[in-house]
Design a protein. Sequence first.
Length: 605
Amino acid sequence: MTTLDISVPGPVSAAGDAVLSFEDLSVTFKTEFGDVHAVKGIDLEVRPGEVVALVGESGSGKSVTSMTALGLLPRNARIGGTIRVGDKVVGGLDGRGLRNMRGNDVAMVFQEPMTALNPVLTIGDQLTEGLQLHGIAYGKQAIARAAELLTMVGIPEPERRLKQYPHELSGGQRQRVVIAMAIACDPKVIIADEPTTALDVTVQADILDLLRSLKDKLNTGILLITHNMGVVADMADRVAVMLKGDLVETGTADQVLNHPRHEYTKRLLAAVPHLGAGPGQFGDVAPVVAAPEDLPALDLGNLVIEYHRVGKPTFRAVDDVSLSVAQGEIVGLVGESGSGKSTIAKCALGLIPAASGSVSILGTDFNKMRGKELKAMRRRIGVVFQDPASSLNPRLPIGDVIAEPLVVHKEGDERSRRRRVLELLDAVELPRSVYNRYPHELSGGQRQRVSIARALTLDPELLVADEPTSALDVSVQANVLKMFTALQERYKFACLFVSHDLAVIDLLAHRVVVLQNGRIVEQGPREDVLHHPREEYTQRLIAAAPVPEPLEQRRRREARHALLNKLGDDIAELHIEDDYERPQPKRDEVGNPSGLAGYGGDGGN
């Protein structure tokens, strides 16, 4: 496949040779089913102080390409071409040479920090390990350097954090620790593999600010692997688009995002939901709203949910929340991690109890139901979880997975169940041939379609969807969202849709509820909340959401920084008037908002 190279000198200085380069790189995996050509002779380079974004769908070869730079591919991989990190040829290094190169010359920031960090070692042990192995510092000097690294990535109280374990930090703080480990030995290039996929929009914006600042400060090259086009617009100097192992288009961020030439790039960009564009982006779907006299499908009244912890004070996760979902309506529930979104969703499903308040499903108090009555009500509720790989039984074929609710509730016979499953496979646009296949044989998008089909098996009147598209590629996400809106129009179910992606909520929801620290700060029609927000917290959420257009994203980033600084000034004035200490979210030395705990930032524990 021919690469469309429309590169011109970008805004980054090309002083010095490339810190990372792939020349005619090819990777083939030898499997029992034959050879799999994952990468097919690509050429790509990253220069000092430059961010190159490598984009494409799952299976396009992005991560395989990056792994060759660290020598981390399995033994069944055959690698052709030349990979250089600085002046070192990776293919010519032995085991010791590779270990010396990793960390010193090239470092990796993985997608999921909880799996990248060792859960049984403290943060300090994990940070000092690399310093000691590479002979940079030992003992007290290593600990002092580790604390300095945590300060550099914007983690407060570094001495205390060094003694903590990964589970004691928030998701954003864990990702900052991984970045601190990556820069510990001053590498020439950092490979960031989907570093913000699992983060909410404000924490994502902070992490991107951090990477951008460190890149400028240390003149480090960054190879950024992502499927989020908003992140590409926010970070990248140049963009390379991969399809089935080929580089199909390269150029500056403005050229690729605003003037794409390859059809595949155009399809990717067309699949990105745009915050502010509202519904109908992937086809016009008329809203389905219940008549005013109908009972709400879900009605939460003054809901309080608490977690009791041994030896610690009771933690109130949800505090006096009242909201309703009308029949045939989609309500988007948004907010940062820890705001209580998933806790409310689990309570609505009857998976965790309410400390006080009411949970009413179609006019009936859910908390007071027991036994058969509770089971009968649960058949009227469907649920779609975030990760279909962990929510589908790996030992059951797809047909049995979808039919399971029918079996549990003793609906129909084997023939009618098979007929219902085939009908649902058609509805979610999956071939009937997947009936006898297992979940691991399907792609992520196909598994999510199976999850939606299973949720609709019993024709639920209420559907609870908890981050159902956050881990999907943009094109797969677009197909799932388009299908979801069509199914909602067809089956007319009510839906509580939990998400941190405001563009997805703007596309789907009729109304939006914004949560912060377990409380509702704003709710109302989608147009009012997302396009004309009243509350400062909602404004910050929207300002942090990236858009796939470089100039517009730069404007939004500057506006967000101005908003954060204004908030800091306002809080400082209150501090003078009230004469007591309040957090002040000014920009710190690396351009990150500091002291945002309690104001929607990544405060952690």
